[in-house]
Write a protein that binds this ligand. Sequence first.
Ligand SMILES: Cc1cc2nc3c(=O)[nH]c(=O)nc-3n(C[C@H](O)[C@H](O)[C@H](O)COP(=O)(O)O)c2cc1C
Length: 211
Amino acid sequence: MANGVAGEKIEKTETVKIIYARRAVRKYKDKPVDRKLIEQVLDAGRMAPSAMNKQPWQFYVLTKRDMIQSFSAEIAGVALKGILKSGISGMKQVIKTAAGLLHFPHGIDLHALKDPVFYGAPVVIFLSAPRGSEWAALDIGMCAQNIMLAAKSAGLDTCPVGFGKYVENTKIYYRLHVPATEEVRLAIIMGYGDESPEMHERIRDNVLFID
Ligand SMILES: Cc1cc2nc3c(=O)[nH]c(=O)nc-3n(C[C@H](O)[C@H](O)[C@H](O)COP(=O)(O)O)c2cc1C
């Protein structure tokens, strides 16, 4: 691929600063997020574009620590069990997934052990959309990015958690009250971050101008 725009940066407006400042944050302060603020951030999610203006998203929000920990433990169990059962290239995949689930950059603390999927965040948002909808995954992705950027601009941090979709296979899924016609696509964790991760270098040789 051509590399004509490597490292070129757009002028740093407030929006652009937020885009560049957002990180996947996996360590949170023990501080609740005001409900009104959660609602405001979700409203920014609603402003995302969606195919044919379907606005297919539904949000299921957890803020109770014991409930978050229960879902976290259940999802971790389901994810690992599924991979063990599928037997794909055996242990390699299991180790990779376990490493993904048990991401402890600051050493193992009690919080992380009790909440291996949601990293002790005080807010977990499950995003669902109608089952089988062709464009829903893209719509949810756009909605999720709006949520994460709005959160950042409000002084909050986030991390998208793909493992969140395994919630459907847990025995406590019914507690979310998601109708059978919907499918959970993603979770986003949110809270006041307690780490400042370095930026992951971006791959920049991926543009080709067709002149
Ligand atoms: C669809 C999606 C699913 C993800 N799932 C997880 C996850 O389950 N657990 C996790 O810790 N991070 C997850 N992440 C976060 C990525 O690891 C992170 O965005 C990536 O490493 C880039 O880092 P940055 O967001 O700080 O730029 C996910 C990100 C996306 C977009």
